[in-house]
Design a protein around this ligand. Structure first.
Ligand SMILES: CC(C)(COP(=O)(O)OP(=O)(O)OC[C@H]1O[C@@H](n2cnc3c(N)ncnc32)[C@H](O)[C@@H]1OP(=O)(O)O)[C@@H](O)C(=O)NCCC(=O)NCCS
Length: 161
């Protein structure tokens, strides 16, 4: 992997983010960008600059409002063709820096219990397992219809230096 740089995600990036999720998911990203404009969220785009083609290859956000004093990382996705090269690790680090920039020293996130690869990544990065809780969000079937996806997620927490 070449060098990766992170910048704020923009609305004009969305048409090229089909790899990151369904149209329903991208509408929720657009809504989060409105929250970012109000300073409630940082939404980052990772671009491989060194030998890359300048396209966004990783996205992820941190919510500064969900819990006072803590940053909630969410919607982390690396382009499928660019996984296992350290982009996810770099994305978590960039989001944690946005937490520190707000004067906060704890980050947390939720991982679906059937996503062992993401769980292993976060544990390698120093996140500690907390409890499991039920979460739900609007998801999209292949035919474009939507449904409420209910799932069990583990909460992971990390204190930041
Ligand atoms: C989870 C996710 C974000 C991780 O992104 P990633 O870019 O693959 O993460 P990394 O490359 O930093 O680390 C993943 C693996 O690559 C390895 N790796 C890291 N840097 C590497 C490098 N320079 N060279 C080779 N391998 C490397 C890590 O050891 C790790 O090992 P694993 O394959 O056994 O898990 C990505 O898989 C993804 O988008 N998944 C789908 C969406 C999702 O599940 N999001 C998380 C929701 S909580």
């Amino acid at each position: 992997m070449g060098a990766v740089e992170f910048r704020d995600l923009r609305a004009d990036d969305l048409p090229a983010l089909g790899w990151a999720g369904s149209p329903t998911h991208l509408r929720s990203v657009a809504a989060e960008l409105e929250r970012a404009a109000r300073g409630e969220v940082d939404y980052l785009a990772g671009v491989v600059t060194d030998g890359g083609d300048g396209l966004v290859r990783a996205v992820g956000a941190v919510d500064h409002r969900a819990t006072p004093g803590r940053g909630a990382l969410f919607q982390l996705v690396v382009h499928p063709d660019h996984r296992s090269q350290g982009l996810g690790t770099a994305l978590v680090g960039a989001l944690e820096q946005r937490v520190r920039n707000r004067g906060n020293r704890e980050a947390y996130l939720e991982v679906e219990v059937d996503n062992p690869r993401a769980l292993a990544l976060y544990e390698r990065l120093g996140y500690r397992r907390g409890g499991v809780r039920t979460s739900s969000w609007t998801a999209e079937r292949a035919d474009g219809t939507t449904y409420l996806h209910r799932t069990r997620c583990r909460v992971l927490t990390r204190g930041l230096d």
